[in-house]
Design a protein around this ligand. Structure first.
Ligand code: 5AD
Ligand code: SF4
Length: 476
């Protein structure tokens, strides 16, 4: 594994800012989360590990004794964004100090991993810098920062698995939630030309089956009805099974589907190369496995796919989609796309547009290629001009928008099972999700939360659907 960004765990005397001591007093914790669902999950777990120290979530950073900025490094100007947010937080920290209250300021996540030293140099008022692999050590870092009166940096890739150190008694952060994320796999060994993840999240690692199942059961006992299994390469999951063997994601999905009360299972993000027969068959066999799959293809051009080191062709992807739809005919797909990868010609871009036309996506995320220092594509010749990237992105997004609208329109006048998750914006309105991840609004009461009810979809709105309940739903 490349270790460019790895540094060791150490306490440094770079800041004179004292931090709040350790104890059981009630303290406010304000969490700012950027980036992917994995970061959302990590933020929830950081909240969990800090709870025994007396930290409880607060909405306003001015009320917080600790602020954690959980960062993302995947695309453009990540570090700039962090420094500008830190500038804002510094003002709050200074104001609170003037009132005699201290604030622990922590930077977590992938920018912390990649640029931890830089952060402490440019923003010495930051107390703690921690990478995504070390948040189970947060309580210890808080204590060390308090003792040392200086900054603490921990961007190790420790030998122990952070998951083994998380609170086991409950999953407090998911209490009251109907839908929850559960990280089962982390890191990536694929080394796509453009991507920083293998450097910031480290090598691929899977949690043991027993620990995943236990966490899922705890979530369900707390009222969760839908679990989204998370991993940078979630379908490369290869966890140690209770039988001592290695379980793939399909086998894990079958075991999860046995948990009473767990109505829906999803997983993301998948790589086309790891979509094996067993997983395709799981989509055929398991009604709980939702018919919506995020399967990024990035490009539809074989030469760009090769340059990206994706390990498959555009036709491989088309064939894979055919097989998935054979197994689960109502399966909808979403994808990520990058335009303007180094070397991308007009023809390459047209090939991407053709692939989109052939597959038909229910949802997609598309990005202009952005240089990530240290990745292979960063130094590649034939970088594409910004104006060309802009034009391509516009054309691509127009096509994808059309497909998304068509897909959402295709469920109008149909009945869909909706899992209700909470109140809508308008009074008397409730919101839930269709199997295809669409937000659906109906008139209804709080009793609906946590239940799956059939809804007649009547209207397509710009980013959601509206409908009405077609029968009384049994209460959860
Ligand atoms: N430039 C643009 N998009 C990127 N992604 C990852 N790295 C880059 C980059 N350097 C996109 C990919 C990936 C998604 C999470 O972010 O499409 O699937
Ligand atoms: Fe990044 Fe590629 Fe790994 Fe996805 S598969 S995390 S894009 S290196």
């Amino acid at each position: 594994m490349t270790t460019d960004f790895a540094s060791s765990s150490e306490t440094r005397d770079m800041s004179l800012s004292p931090v709040a001591g350790v104890g059981k007093a009630r303290r406010g914790l304000h969490m700012i989360t950027w980036g992917c669902q994995m970061n959302v999950y990590d933020s929830a777990r950081m909240t969990d590990v800090l709870r025994p120290l007396g930290y409880t979530p607060v909405d306003n950073p001015a009320d917080a004794d600790m602020v954690i900025l959980n960062t993302c490094h995947i695309r453009d100007r990540a570090a700039e964004k962090v420094f500008s947010e830190l500038g804002r937080l510094r003002v709050i920290k200074d104001e609170r100090r003037a009132e005699g209250r201290e604030t622990v300021l922590a930077v977590a996540g992938c920018v912390a991993q990649a640029e931890g030293e830089q952060i402490l140099k440019r923003a010495p008022y930051v107390d703690i810098v921690l990478g995504p692999q070390t948040y189970h050590r947060l309580p210890e870092m808080v204590a060390r920062a308090a003792r040392a009166g200086g900054s603490v940096i921990d961007t190790d890739f420790p030998a122990e698995q952070k998951f083994d150190f998380l609170p086991q008694d409950a999953a407090p952060q998911t209490a009251g939630n109907v839908s929850a994320f559960l990280t089962v796999q982390e890191g990536c060994d694929k080394f796509c030309s453009f991507c920083v993840v293998p450097y910031t999240r480290g090598a691929e690692a899977s949690r043991p089956v027993v620990s995943v199942l236990a966490e899922a059961r705890r979530m369900v006992a707390g009222g969760v009805r839908e679990i989204t299994l998370l991993g940078q390469n979630v379908n490369a999951y290869h966890g140690e099974g209770p039988d001592g063997g290695v379980w793939g994601l399909a086998r894990l999905a079958y075991a999860l589907a046995e948990i009473p009360g767990l109505d829906r299972i999803r997983y993301m993000t998948s790589h086309p190369r790891d979509m094996d027969d067993a997983l395709i068959m799981a989509h055929r066999d398991l009604p709980a496995l939702m018919p919506f799959l995020h399967l990024p293809v990035q490009s539809g051009s074989d030469s760009i796919l090769k340059a990206m080191n994706r390990g498959h062709t555009a036709d491989d992807y088309r064939r894979l989609v055919d097989r998935l739809r054979e197994a689960r005919p109502d399966l909808a797909l979403s994808s990520d796309f990058i335009v303007g990868h180094p070397g991308e010609t007009d023809e390459d871009f047209e090939a991407t547009m053709r692939l989109i036309g052939d597959v038909g996506f229910a949802l997609a995320y598309s990005f202009k290629y952005s240089v990530r220092p240290g990745t292979p594509a960063a130094g590649a010749p034939l970088q594409v001009a910004e104006t060309v990237k802009d034009q391509r992105l516009q054309a691509l997004q127009a096509l994808l928008r059309e497909q998304q609208d068509d897909f959402n329109g295709s469920v109008v006048d149909r009945v869909a099972p909706v899992l209700f998750t909470g109140r809508g914006r308008k009074p008397g309105q409730m919101v839930g999700r269709s199997p295809w991840l669409q937000a659906v609004h109906v008139d209804g009461s709080d009793d609906l939360v946590g239940t799956v009810c059939p809804v007649l979809i009547t209207t397509r709105l710009s980013n959601s659907l509206a409908g009405h309940l077609i029968e009384e739903c049994a209460l959860a």
